[in-house]
Design a protein around this ligand. Structure first.
Ligand SMILES: Cc1cc2nc3c(=O)[nH]c(=O)nc-3n(C[C@H](O)[C@H](O)[C@H](O)COP(=O)(O)O)c2cc1C
Length: 162
């Protein structure tokens, strides 16, 4: 078996369907930062813990890799535009969107089905990504709107239950 080239790896990883989140945090000056991330997963129920991974390509990689807290917003199928906005480098991502700073000093975006506020408890270097593990310190379940899915480098929505 030969080592796979990067195109094959990208294609292979794209076979795994995920939801889509936006992760936010603040930098040292208190400025809000955010990026779209499909690498989110739940980890532990007790204590409640989650993980996601930030890629070295992200302009706010340094902020996320050192942040002490982060907020994960799970997106609904109606939020493709928001997902693309937070995956676009070089723009003021929070301009013109409905958001506010939480009591935990985390930027919380309105209208997302779920927002988890988390305290970073562990960080691991993993190739060109940093895995961030957080303990959930706040849960806001806002709606049961159907989730936005990501599969094969495209957005999808839920089909029929099996
Ligand atoms: C659906 C989707 C999922 C993504 N998931 C991740 C992810 O889990 N980790 C990551 O580092 N980048 C991920 N990205 C890419 C980042 O969102 C993107 O590189 C980054 O936000 C670009 O803007 P920035 O450089 O201003 O951060 C994803 C992009 C999209 C569209």
């Amino acid at each position: 078996m030969t080592s796979p080239d990067s195109e094959t790896v990208r294609k292979a990883f794209g076979h795994f369907a995920t939801g889509v989140t936006i992760v936010t945090a603040i930098d040292n000056e208190g400025k809000s930062v955010g990026m779209t991330a499909s690498s989110f997963n739940s980890v532990s129920l007790d204590p409640p813990m989650v993980l996601w991974s930030a890629g070295a390509q992200a302009s706010e990689f340094e902020v996320f890799s050192k942040c002490r807290k982060f907020a994960v917003h799970v997106l609904s199928a109606t939020q493709v535009e928001l997902s693309n906005r937070f995956a676009t480098p070089g723009i003021e991502k929070f301009d013109g969107i409905d958001w506010q700073m939480s009591l935990q000093q985390l930027p919380v975006i309105a209208g997302c089905p779920l927002c988890l506020q988390c305290e970073t408890v562990d960080r691991h270097d993993a190739g060109d990504h940093k895995i961030l593990i957080g303990r959930v310190i706040g849960v806001d379940i806002n709606s049961d709107d159907p989730p936005l899915l990501y599969y094969g480098s495209s957005y999808h929505q839920l089909g029929e239950s099996l």
